[in-house]
Design a protein around this ligand. Structure first.
Ligand code: SF4
Length: 472
């Protein structure tokens, strides 16, 4: 189970490779799995609640079948301590390469190293029941051991082991959309955010490795590639002699020019403080770099931004948006916003509302503030009543919808290139998105188009999507 952001999704592709290399076969059916894990997200409470729900179910199942459980991903020290009591294995992603050894050291035989004399094959081949040494005389899978359970070993400091994780060849989940980690961790310490405490300090992946991975994805015909990191545009700042983010984008742009395979390369998330003109110019220059920019604002009020320790103000943000509009006028603009942050006054919220009118966002991921253990603001009063937070969320969403609708409506009558992603729930339709990531409904039942680019005549527009017919 993968919770949280695209980074966890990307990590899960490497987890899958490591587990498959041990001889396990992936299964969609949880009831037949012997090894069950969660890539968790401590950044919000909701995913953590889901982890607890899941592990209680799995632990109940241990009374009648043999399973091993693990948790990794973004886990705060506090949550980690609690998980140690519930999961068989708890480890940070940077220790993924040790996972086979962790299993081996605790006497768990993996399918590849299996000796048939001391194991049982389940029906259906190589989904295994593991012969665990019973140390307690009780159910063999009652508490096993947990690795990395030394509370003195913090997850926070820079962990160079992350390079080991990056060196694992991922088992991409999609044959046409890929995520490529370029950077891990965060040095910004926004007061509401726990990421620096779960992912550690910023580390850049070597550009040679990134470019190799991207080159092979482009050569294989991947249609979208998303560069991932908590602060992608501070790429390279942690290592002398490394490319800057703009230079990395230039190299990717050159690869796109050489290979000539149609592809859209996105990145997420950049920080407004580090959004240089160089980066925007590079996106404008190279066709392969998608004309969609996700630039988290978080609040449209300078005092709130200071309290959030965002290290940018509205003017800095305005400067970048001005450059985007000047150099890439066709680009769509996405953002992240928190409403109801500690002490946010009505006037401060109204400034956020005004910023929506000013910046004309196509999409905003709006969250009601909730304090996260480990983050600085956890110690402050969460003093905005839930009803006020809800009102602000609703208010902002309505404004966003109107802005987005006005933009989408102007697309009616035009032809747009769309990547077909899936079938729609409604029969006779497919879904996809434009280069600007506008959700698109396509009138067609032809599932062979999934994973391909098509051209669409736009006939309809709504708040957050467009619809149309294929141009043959
Ligand atoms: S920039 Fe701020 S919000 Fe983003 S990961 Fe770092 S601390 Fe969290």
């Amino acid at each position: 189970m993968v919770l949280g952001c695209q980074m966890n999704l990307s990590d899960s592709e490497r987890v899958k490779s490591v587990i498959e290399a041990m001889g396990f076969t992936p299964t969609e059916n949880e009831a037949e799995a012997s090894l069950l894990g969660v890539l968790s997200c401590s950044v919000r409470q909701k995913p953590i609640d889901k982890v607890y729900n899941k592990i209680y179910v799995w632990n109940r199942q241990k009374n009648h079948r043999n399973i091993i459980t693990f948790v990794s991903g973004c886990v705060l020290p506090n949550d980690r301590e609690k998980f140690l009591k519930l999961f068989d294995f708890v480890f940070p992603m940077s220790e993924l390469n040790d996972f086979p050894n962790m299993l081996k050291n605790y006497g768990i035989v993996t399918p590849l190293s299996l000796n048939h004399s001391n194991s049982q094959l389940l029906e259906g081949g190589n989904k295994m029941i593991f012969p665990l040494p019973s140390t307690t005389g009780e159910t063999p899978f009652k508490p096993i051991k947990k690795l990395n359970q030394n509370p003195d070993k913090p997850i926070l400091p820079v962990n160079q082991d992350i390079f080991g994780l990056w060196n694992v060849k991922p088992s991409y989940q999609s044959s046409f959309e890929a995520f490529v980690p370029i950077q891990n961790g965060c040095d910004k310490f926004c007061s509401f955010c726990a990421v620096p405490y779960t992912r550690g300090r910023e580390i850049s992946r070597p550009s040679t490795d990134i470019l190799d991975e991207i080159k092979s994805l482009m050569a294989e015909g991947y249609k979208t590639i998303t560069l991932l990191g908590q602060n992608v545009n501070s790429y390279g700042l942690d290592r002398e002699g490394e490319l800057s983010f703009a230079q990395l984008l230039q190299q990717i742009g050159e690869l796109g020019n050489q290979l000539q395979n149609p592809c859209w390369v996105y990145f997420t998330s950049p920080h407004p403080r580090d959004m240089s003109r160089d980066v925007i110019e590079t996106i404008a220059t190279y066709q392969v770099l998608a004309k969609q920019i996700h630039l988290p604002l978080q609040s449209g009020d300078d005092q709130v931004l200071i309290k959030m320790n965002r290290k940018h103000n509205l003017d800095r943000y305005r400067e970048s948006v001005g450059q985007i509009r000047e150099l890439i006028p066709q680009a769509t603009l996405f953002t992240d916003i928190i409403v109801g942050f500690t002490g946010e006054t009505e006037e401060q919220f109204q400034n956020t509302l005004k910023s929506f009118e000013e910046f004309q966002f196509n999409m905003a991921y709006i969250a009601m503030y909730s304090p996260r253990p480990g983050a600085q603001s956890y110690r402050w009063d969460d003093d905005i009543p839930p009803a006020t937070k809800k009102d602000r969320l609703h208010n902002l969403s309505e404004t966003l919808e109107t802005i987005s609708f006005n933009y989408n409506q102007k697309l009616i009558g035009s032809q747009v290139k769309v990547l077909v992603k899936d079938k729609e729930r409604k029969t006779g339709f497919l879904s996809g998105y434009t280069e600007g990531k506008i959700v698109t409904r396509i009138k067609s039942k032809d599932v062979s188009l999934i994973g391909k680019f098509v051209v669409l005549q736009v006939t309809e527009a709504s708040g957050f999507s467009i619809a149309g017919e294929l141009v043959l």
